[in-house]
Design a protein. Structure first.
Length: 122
């Protein structure tokens, strides 16, 4: 089951990192106009997400050994949702919430925990 979580990482995160690395306004597309991002921070985020994709490729083969990556993603996505998205949603500032990024994070938060739990029950 976890191999599907890792495959999902590759499927959904690869287009995002391609935007960050190669598109002129990739950071603007990913983060929206309300999260200004410097070139250094863009490279830092792109590097981290590229690492997630590379480890996810390995995770499709060694899913148990690399499950920690999925747990890390659950934690940092939850922190982002609590620290950034929730306050803006509560304030009704929906336009300040990056849709693409939030959608990908919500998908991971919904899918990864049951996959980890189900895989550990087997």
């Amino acid at each position: 089951m976890l191999e599907f979580a890792f495959a999902g990482n590759v499927l959904f995160v690869t287009p995002v990192i391609l935007l960050l690395w190669f598109h002129k306004d990739g950071a603007g597309i990913v983060f929206g106009p309300h999260i200004p991002i410097s070139d250094g921070l863009r490279i830092l985020v792109a590097s981290m997400w590229t690492s997630i994709v590379l480890v996810s490729i390995a995770g499709m083969k060694w899913e148990i050994e690399l499950v920690g990556l999925l747990v890390f993603q659950i934690v940092y996505k939850a922190v982002f949702m609590i620290a950034y998205v929730a306050p803006r949603a509560i304030a009704g500032e929906w336009e300040k919430i990056p849709r693409l990024l939030t959608a990908i994070f919500v998908l991971g938060l919904i899918c990864f925990p049951p996959m980890i739990i189900f895989d550990n029950w087997r």
